[in-house]
Design a binder for this molecule. Sequence first.
Ligand SMILES: Cc1ncc(COP(=O)(O)O)c(C=O)c1O
Length: 366
Amino acid sequence: MSTRTVKPVRSEIRSLEPYVPGKPVEELERELHISNAIKLASNENPLGPSPLAVRAMSEAAPGVNRYPDGSSYYLREALSRFWKVPFEQTAAGAGSNDLIDILCRIHLGPGDEAVMSHPAFIMFAIAVRVAGGTLVRVPGRDLFHDPPAMLAAINDRTRLVYFSNPDNPTGTRVTRRELDEYFARVPDHVLTILDEAYFEYVTDPEYPDGLEYLRLGKRVAVLRTFSKIYALAGLRVGYGFFSPELASLVHRVRLPFNVTSVGQAAAKASLEDLDQVARSRSLNEEALGFLRTELPKLGLTLTPTWANFVLARFPGSAVEAAQKLERLGVIIRPLTSFGLPAEYARISAETKPELTRLLDGLRRVL
Ligand SMILES: Cc1ncc(COP(=O)(O)O)c(C=O)c1O
């Protein structure tokens, strides 16, 4: 056989752009030989994990010579009790990214389509292509998802529709009324993924709880995470709620031991610390209030946000501003890798000292 006809790697994998994460503080410090860099680029919770989670991690640490509980039994039992969803409808993942990837691998093959808003959380776009599916991007309306347009993009080949609610990188949300209308019309052959990574931050009464649709028997998967308000991003623990049939498929496809023993223990303990969640939420509100007041004074325009970050439109190139800020030890996130114009950057709602340094930096570079 001629070697020219042999394709050792799938062409859709070769054409993928790798996910660009926010630059780690350590990397910037190494590059600049500085020691006090700050990062406002990855939508993390600056308060840090609950003391209950930290204790659970140290208690679990001596046991890491053993493989973890492969089914994340106790964590799922706690999630089932906490959210009042039957145990057999739950699954845990190495971050909710893991579950996004699993759902794409379950549903998509060559010729199958997946619909998402543009812009929206880019990991879904990557997971669709890795699974071999075709991505259909539907332009948002003023950086909000446009559910009627997403419905209009559905055809016989559509298997998945993905909502990040609230969305990353825009911070915008889809309302209950919009989702009610969407679920009244979406055809049965489509699974809708509601990615609610920032669920606990939202206080808006118009914001829907995805579990309501699952309880109504809609074809929906609801994904949540311990990376955001629970401040366990470094441990990689996410979870999802599904129909019993879909949950059983998720358990067949997920890797064995996909959640570490330390992660399971910390996540379960975090669920018990309601005070920490409330504190994180009010710290976030305070930081967002500060950003909403101060950034427009510097000429930045903010998109309304329901998450723990703001999407800011700079008066010029945010890519250049971000590079200059980095020289001052401040990391923000330009969004060209999310397909947004160079004027946009995402800035996390961090603590007051960090926000003050950000503002000082912006005053110097703009
Ligand atoms: C909308 C959205 N979904 C999922 C994730 C992934 O979170 P995890 O850390 O649970 O994989 C993120 C992370 O930034 C996100 O913004």
